[in-house]
Ligand binder design. Structure first.
Ligand code: ZN
Length: 444
């Protein structure tokens, strides 16, 4: 047997163990080999001193704005993210199937990373009849908003429970952006003009808690599996505890920016840090870290939504969102592993194995098992560097992490056996990203 690549002397990371194994890449798959054997390969990589991680799976990306379906894959791979589950917006009047087909065609032609899709409904009552046909095409997760009432994107309770009922009947999973939209709209009207100083008052965590708990109960009533992205507050976490008490089947995510920043630290950057849900207080950040440490949150998603914003833009009219897909791993390693909040085991559970299992991409993705897709990140935990706009690959004109010091750096990234990131160089060649159907709800 002659392998395409051998990766020797690295320490393979799993959620429950490390293993010293040689990885042999055979086409698109990885083989686990006893270390020290005499193997033949076209190329041998010495990973002494490095961890070997399974490629990260980012369950929360928005491939619109300044990074499209192709462009987003470059920062993703530089960040060790080999698979993304993109939110594909289905706007009022759109044909859901046509939108999904176009996105798939576009991504197959332009994405270097692998991908799956969530369908985002912006007009749920008129769009939920597409759930069965979308499910047949491998799109089985459906996003709705309880926020954004004034914008007309909100799904009210009637439509929400009806969608849950349909999703459950079709083997799918609901993903809900849960904040109380009408109450936020009222508070915005009350405090207008909205400034960095009064922004937090428009979105108190209490309104997360109300919407998350309501969503959990509606999911329970319909036996619909539920995924709650971007939990951002202590109050939101309290709702998850209540949901567990009610026996709801759900999974939850937070994002690196909620674990990194407080609004007090960020507000001088004005529009750049304007996100939805907003970044909140040090107390919220502490509560989120505790939840991550205690495995009360299941995944980490980037909510990558890069916009062309500058610090001097008008705050009130600035759009929500920031880039993030490239910084998940270095930021979590620095603030989580290096700060002794989580272990490297936790990190691969949160960022690879759990998202693969929750969305049914397992076992091809998410874990370094023999015969799985060779999505591999070689990570040097000793290398010191700083995140700077200049070393990032998103088209966004800024990163919230500018100047952020890191110990631990990605050295190489493989996707399905191909070396796509080699140090600072992109070696991906022609786009070869592959679409994956999701199979949510198979994990109990
Ligand atoms: Zn999002």
């Amino acid at each position: 047997m002659r392998y395409n690549v051998l990766i020797e002397n690295g320490l393979l990371l799993y959620p429950e163990k490390t293993e010293k194994k040689t990885i042999g890449i055979e086409g698109e798959k990885l083989r686990l080999l006893p270390p020290g054997g005499a193997y033949e390969a076209e190329r041998v990589i010495d990973a002494t001193g490095c961890y070997i991680l399974p490629g990260l799976i980012d369950p929360h990306t928005h491939p619109v704005y300044v990074d499209d379906l192709g462009a987003i894959s470059t920062p993703a791979l530089f960040g060790g993210v080999t698979t993304m589950i993109h939110y594909i917006s289905i706007k009022p009047g759109d044909s859901p199937l046509q939108v999904i087909h176009a996105a798939r065609e576009n991504a197959e032609a332009s994405s270097h990373a692998d991908f799956a899709f969530h369908a985002s409904f912006f007009d749920t009552l008129n769009q939920l009849s597409s759930i069965p046909e979308l499910a047949r095409e491998g799109i089985r997760t459906f996003k709705m908003f309880t926020a954004y009432a004034k914008l007309g994107w909100m799904t009210g309770d009637y439509a929400l429970i009806k969608a849950f009922d349909t999703i459950a009947a079709n083997g799918g999973m609901a993903c809900v952006h849960a904040e109380n939209g009408p109450a936020i709209d009222f508070l915005e009207d009350k405090f207008r003009p909205i400034t960095p100083d009064n922004f937090p008052a428009t979105s108190p965590g209490m309104l997360d808690k109300e919407a998350i708990f309501r969503t959990l109960l509606l999911a329970k009533l319909t036996e619909c599996p539920l995924y709650l992205p971007h939990i951002s507050s202590r109050k939101g976490l309290e709702a998850l505890v209540l949901g567990r008490e009610e026996g709801v089947r759900f999974w939850s995510e937070t994002c690196p920016h909620y674990l990194t920043f407080t609004w007090d630290e960020l507000k001088e950057r004005g529009p750049l840090g304007k996100l939805r849900p907003p970044i909140k207080t040090a107390d919220d950040r502490d509560a989120l870290w505790t939840a991550v440490e205690e495995a009360a949150l299941d995944t980490i998603g980037s909510d990558h939504a890069p916009k062309a914003k500058t610090v001097t833009d008008d705050f009130e009219s600035a759009p929500y969102g920031a880039p993030g897909v490239e910084t998940i791993l270095p930021v979590l390693w620095e603030l989580g592993v290096n700060a002794n909040r989580i272990t490297p085991f936790d990190l691969v559970r949160l960022c690879s194995e759990q998202p693969a299992k929750i969305f049914g991409l397992f076992p091809e993705k998410g874990r370094l098992d023999d015969g799985t897709d060779a999505d591999i990140v070689i990570f040097d935990p000793t290398c010191k560097w700083r995140i700077e706009k200049a070393n990032q690959h998103s088209n966004a004109p800024y990163t919230l992490y500018d100047g952020f010091p890191c110990r631990g750096k990605i050295q190489k990234v493989f996707i399905r056996g191909r070396l796509v990131v080699d140090g600072d160089r992109f070696t991906g060649g022609k786009a070869a990203g592959k679409f994956f159907e999701t199979h949510p709800g198979t994990l109990m």
